[in-house]
Ligand binder design. Structure first.
Ligand code: GAP
Length: 459
């Protein structure tokens, strides 16, 4: 199943309108992707599910939506201007660019027993043409632009490489306006930009992407316990949304490889078709960011405990997730092919059937309304049902082709329920609801449809 899975996902995504290559008519640009009519629904649903779990259902987390362009001092304070770099090498022959650390990792993966510190980039050749590689240069990943009409050093600004800093600089504002006590979190979803040297694997690594981040502020000393809580939360969230637990695991970053701000980092990894990869990172950022912003801005971002009168900089636990990477994970995990098909109608039997087994809460379309004839009164009844349901859910109406074909079209985009309006419907006011996964069919009164779909598509 893993074989060729990425190609199948990329092709399905394009064919059914989940994702298109960005600016495709001009030949695309730098690994960008555009979300199509179904993709935008899926992405919105994933974002909503995260927001609901992290903000709406918790009394200890509030939301924020900070600007993408921030005062450049932010990036001095955070360390991004100096240290947000990747080690880059060029091939002197074919001129291709690589991340030096990725070349080293790939090299040692093929040579069991060899350790990273035992090899140098000078020992390696270009993986594409065998050519000689340049020395390593550190390449800053932040996109630079300028604000206002003059392009000079004073007008230089950056597109944010993480949403987190918008949260830290607003810590004081949120504290004052929302009367929060520790522990509490601030969450936000938004675009981040990184001039990645090697974007790739479809929407796994791109230069423009959306992050869903939460900074949870705690009293120092309670940070390790909270770290465990959020680590578990990350795993539970994906499992509750239907991702197979044997495809998920934790990876603990070795101490010597931690980012400059981190005391501990654990990634929730997913087993992608090319191997295990980071899906959601959890970092203990200590009091690094609040202290740095206090120093650089001259504003005191420490916290006063009103009960003990103690004053200190809170520690921060940060679960940081990529929205696009989550969408890719849900697509890959939901994909299933059934050789020979599941339906028994003669024309659609014996073909390979594709089903996206999305959790109903994230499925782009919740229900499809299928009249068994293209004539009134069935079409009028079906249109009435579509109209009523569309007040609460994304629904589709489809009257073309056999009902088996129509089921397949919906299975392929992950629609959990198909509602058939048949020749008995005008008599008994009932329709047949077919379940995407079990294919069980039940007779339901039209008046009860909206609540039934609502209950079954809830989180
Ligand atoms: N504030 C911490 C931070 O940004 P990160 O591990 O660099 O940490 C968090 O990013 C998450 O954002 C990752 O786990 C991944 O899901 C997503 N992400 C990072 N870089 C990405 C890229 N170039 N394309 C898509 N998603 C990315």
């Amino acid at each position: 199943m893993t074989e060729g899975l990425m190609d199948k996902i990329v092709s399905l995504a394009k064919r059914r309108g989940f994702l298109f290559p960005g600016s495709e008519i001009y030949g695309g640009v730098g690994s960008t992707y555009d979300y199509g009519p179904l993709g935008v629904l899926l992405k919105n649903n994933v974002r909503r599910a995260w927001w609901e779990a992290i903000v709406q259902r918790r009394a200890d987390v509030v939301g924020l939506d900070a600007a993408i362009i921030m005062n450049p001092k932010t990036w001095e304070a955070s360390g991004h201007l100096q240290g947000f770099t990747d080690p880059l090498v060029d091939c002197k022959g074919c001129k291709k660019r690589f991340r030096a650390d990725h070349l080293v990792e790939a090299h040692i993966a093929g040579m069991p027993g060899l350790k990273e510190d035992q090899i140098s980039i000078k020992d390696l050749k270009c993986p594409e043409c065998g050519g000689e590689l340049t020395d390593i240069r550190e390449f800053n990943l932040m996109f630079k632009t300028s604000i206002g009409p003059l392009e000079d050093a004073a007008s230089t600004v950056y597109l944010r490489p993480e949403t987190a800093q918008g949260i830290f600089v607003n810590f004081g504002n949120v504290l004052q306006t929302s009367r929060r006590k520790l522990p509490f979190g601030i969450a936000q979803v938004g675009k981040s930009f990184r001039n990645e040297i090697t974007p790739g694997n479809f929407i796994f690594r791109t230069r423009e992407f959306e992050q869903m981040e939460m900074e949870f502020f705690v009293k120092p000393g309670t940070d390790e316990e909270w770290f465990e809580t959020w680590k578990q939360f990350m795993l539970d969230w994906f499992v509750e949304l239907g991702v197979k637990s044997d495809k998920l695991r934790f990876y603990e970053h070795p101490k010597e490889k931690l980012s400059h701000y981190s005391k501990r980092t654990v990634d929730l990894e997913y087993e992608y078709p090319w191997g295990w990869g980071e899906l959601w990172g959890c970092a203990n950022r200590t009091d690094f960011d609040l202290k740095q912003h206090s120093k650089f801005s001259g504003q005191d971002l420490s916290y006063r405990d009103q009960e003990t009168n103690e004053k200190y900089f809170p520690y921060v636990i940060e679960p940081a997730l990529g929205l696009d990477r989550s969408v890719l994970t849900f697509l890959l995990d939901a994909y299933e092919e059934i050789d020979g098909g599941r339906t028994t109608t003669t024309e659609s039997a014996k073909e390979t059937e594709t089903v996206l087994r999305f959790h109903p809460a994230i499925a782009p379309i919740k229900a499809a309304v299928l009249p068994l004839s293209k004539k009134a009164p069935l079409t009028e009844l079906a249109e009435g049902i579509r109209k009523t349901l569309s007040k609460r859910f994304m629904v589709q109406y489809d009257e073309t082709g056999s009902v088996g074909r129509r089921y397949r079209r919906q299975d392929e985009i992950g629609t959990p329920y198909c509602i058939t309006v048949d020749f008995d419907t005008p008599e008994d006011g009932k329709v047949t609801v077919r379940d995407r996964d079990t294919m069980a069919q039940e007779r339901v009164a039209i008046d009860e449809l909206s609540d039934l779909i609502g209950e079954r598509c809830a989180l």
